[in-house]
Design a protein around this ligand. Sequence first.
Ligand code: XMP
Length: 325
Amino acid sequence: DWTTGNVIEEQVALIREQVGTKRAICGLSGGVDSAVAAALVQKAIGSQLTCVYVDHGLMRKGETEQVEKDFVAATGVQLKVVDAQERFLDALKGVSDPEEKRKIIGREFIRVFEQAQADIIAEAAEGEDVAFLVQGTLYPDVVESGGGTGTANIKSHHNVGGLPEDLEFELVEPLRKLFKDEVRMVGQELGLPDEIVQRQPFPGPGLGIRIVGEVTKDRLDLLRDADAIAREELTAAGLDRDIWQCPVVLLADVRSVGVQGDGRTYGHPIVLRPVSSEDAMTADWSRLPYDVLAKISTRITNEVADVNRVVLDVTSKPPGTIEWE
Ligand code: XMP
């Protein structure tokens, strides 16, 4: 019978059998799948596992710390953090086109991750074979890639942790039989922090595709502040379970006139995109309580410099996608 305890026990045994005395690498994205996969493998083979976290500077407030501190504290995992913020900003300089941004972020991510892999192999002691790569592939991913659902490729999705073909690694995929809610239960059982286990979907390219316009450090910081306020208020209002996710988007190429104190302002709009959904293939805009929206709007315009307007996206998917880019 299905219990999280049985799943963990079974997977730990299978991982030990597969990996033996060799070494494994796991990329962490900050998301629940890679975190639970890593925690399972850590439980099975301990210090034979090295995790890699590429800090691309496109995460939301607090997320990198959650991986670096809280996840490590909860699991005891050996973690290599690569600070690649400058590199991603350089690569994204002058780029506004959404698909181009996605391609650049995906490409840079793979390059940085491959370098980290090479470093780990180089650092391994003689005779240690770094032979395995851990992936947080879920059951729906398995079905989707094997079954060929024939859906059009509307955006070039990339998953942090999704890697190119020319690897000399064998894959370890301990979540292949699980659905998302089961992964969360396993993560909870393994003692992972709630912020990771209950995290709503967040795109691999991160805030890079939530800035309409060029991605710069200042804009990222601004968006991080606005996003943190929205998340804080949604959590305080107890709405996290009601919504699928709520992208917060900065219209960096748009300005509008406003008035604050006794002065005219000319600032940027922030878009709130709360949606409800079952599987992200279709979605509806969430009817959030007006008082919660009002609180978020007041706080963002008061606390975030250069933002003088907050607007609500009331488009379903289709025709709108969930993300703006
Ligand atoms: P869209 O915008 O296509 O998004 O309606 C559907 C869901 O996918 C997430 N998303 C991504 N997730 N890598 C990811 O891992 C990506 O490149 C990516 N782009 C969008 C989005 O947040 C939503 O949950």
